[in-house]
Design a protein around this ligand. Structure first.
Ligand code: GDP
Length: 200
């Protein structure tokens, strides 16, 4: 499960503008600041790649990256911007919903959840919506290196309570993985996991 080559294919404004392609894809979704860009950079080990999506004006777009000419990593707009009006905060549901429900080549949603904070309502809403719609998801817990540093910070408990709070929405419990872009924890496992899902 090595990343040999990454090409930025393009940004789409609407789900229907996405590349017409049957190659399998994985979509990354999460609260803004969850560590999505850092994780993409860590996965592809090419800084310039994810930075593309951080350029002003590109953050509200669906960005397609083609890996090894065989599968897509899709960077979706972050949700839950602090201080944003309710309409912008709930953006993921109107904007991304259509993509999730209609993208045939979508293998799985990678939902990024910050393990260094207790479960947040907006992440739970998102995970529950995905579960209720029977969409395949892997929970990618980010910033797991933070568990050792801060006193009183209990990421193991954060992860456990997150899982407890969403399980009613799932017929089969979704796979989950602990990662850190600082230490590289979970990087190889996540790549292997995606390769297993592609070949399934
Ligand atoms: P994005 O908005 O989801 O793309 O988040 P970024 O990748 O820009 O990261 C947001 C902030 O979290 C930055 O200050 C990062 O340095 C920090 N961060 C991201 N990943 C990690 C991680 O694995 N561990 C720690 N400790 N900090 C992280």
């Amino acid at each position: 499960a090595k990343v040999k080559e990454v090409q930025f294919i393009g940004s789409s404004i609407r789900p229907k503008d996405c590349p017409k392609d049957e190659r399998p894809e994985f979509a990354m979704l999460g609260r803004s600041n969850v560590g999505k860009s850092s994780l993409i950079n860590s996965l592809v080990r090419k800084k310039e790649v994810a930075l593309t999506s951080k350029k002003p004006g590109k953050t509200q777009l669906i960005n397609h990256f083609l890996v090894n000419r065989s599968w897509y990593l899709v960077d979706l707009p972050g949700y839950g911007f602090a201080n944003a009006p309710e309409s912008a905060r709930m953006d993921w549901s109107s904007f991304t919903k259509g993509y999730f429900l209609n993208r045939e080549s979508l293998v799985s949603i990678l939902l990024l959840v910050d393990a260094s904070v207790p479960p947040q309502k907006i992440d739970l809403d998102c995970a529950n919506w995905i579960g209720r719609n029977n969409l395949p998801m892997t929970i990618v817990f980010t910033k797991c290196d933070k568990m050792k540093n801060k006193k009183g910070n209990r990421p193991d408990e954060n992860i456990k309570s997150f899982q407890e709070l969403i399980k009613e929405s799932y017929k089969i419990y979704p796979p989950w993985i602990m990662t850190s872009s600082v230490t590289g924890l979970g990087r190889d496992e996540l790549l292997l996991h995606m390769s297993q899902l592609r070949n399934y």
